[in-house]
Design a protein around this ligand. Sequence first.
Ligand SMILES: Nc1ncnc2c1ncn2[C@@H]1O[C@H](COP(=O)(O)OP(=O)(O)O)[C@@H](O)[C@H]1O
Ligand SMILES: [Mg+2]
Length: 349
Amino acid sequence: MASVKFVGVSKVYGSDSKALTDFSLNVKDGEFVVLVGPSGCGKSTTLRVLAGLEEATAGRVFIDGNDITDETPSKRDIAMVFQNYALYPHMTVFDNMAFSLKMRKIPKDDIKQAVMETAEILGISQYLERKPKALSGGQRQRVALGRAIVRHPKAFLFDEPLSNLDAKLRVQMRNELARLHSKLKATMIYVTHDQAEAMTLGDRIVVLKDGFVQQVAPPLEVYNNPCNKFVAGFIGSPAMNFFKAQVSNSILKTINGSMKISNIDNGSYTMGVRPEDIVVSEQGKFGLSVEVVETLGNEKVIIGTTSSDEQITARCKPDIDVIPGGNLKFDFDVNRIHFFHTDGIEKKV
Ligand SMILES: Nc1ncnc2c1ncn2[C@@H]1O[C@H](COP(=O)(O)OP(=O)(O)O)[C@@H](O)[C@H]1O
Ligand SMILES: [Mg+2]
């Protein structure tokens, strides 16, 4: 396995389609890094530049300290797993997994051993003689994984590998990937638009927007201390609530009420509150008329509107007594409010 380093990498498609701008990142040997961001933010481009499938417009890429920016893809020794599996339809599972080793003229017995061992890890030993069309989506994804694992590459790159699976299978494969990572201790760079995947899989998360890195940090750090309003709104589900707020002499005025607050300068801000930091109570200083109640078993998600017409999402205990059309009083957890500047990239205060 190996470390990966991007230094000031940019990619412009054609003359003016800027997909990635000044991207720098150090991925440690054995680390699991997740690139996350909305569609079109440059995630696939980053992987493709690392794999050598796209040429960087500027910057350098290093594997284990060696500059591989101008190296051909085959010399980079990197395995990429895609959303659409890209299996060879006319080959059996065994041959799909053995293919890259055969190309490298590895002895037959060694190939057999590598494929059998990997199939065992992935629980696909009984399908080795089948063709891909006789497999379910989850089994195909395992074969695609297996094909990457047998090669013992320097790094694994995953481009939204679970997007084609149904929700339950996606969670199961996500867990398997996490287990696989701790077993193989492999360097993995994983791309997804799904913030839950990013949170659960990554040692560190890289949040991208419009080709620019927003924040690089461990999942909880990104969740608890998002660097700007974009990251705050993108990570977390249901998403963070945002309101306009004014602070004057330790009094915070927002929506239809006010509360005491310390340690924040006078001024106008965008205030962010996660749904779990809205505290429903009869003495609450703020009011809400309830529109939707989602009963999830372990919690209720309440969506409502304030008298000043802001929409609010709150996560509450499952036994809270509330119905659509009713009213609620609530407070904000004063220690969990995020403040953002209202100009530019709306940096965290
Ligand atoms: N081959 C290409 N030619 C021109 N523009 C491209 C090409 N590939 C990607 N792009 C553009 O670059 C941006 C980033 O694309 P991509 O890296 O695929 O995003 P993501 O994987 O995050 O959805 C998008 O605006 C996309 O339209
Ligand atoms: Mg993509």
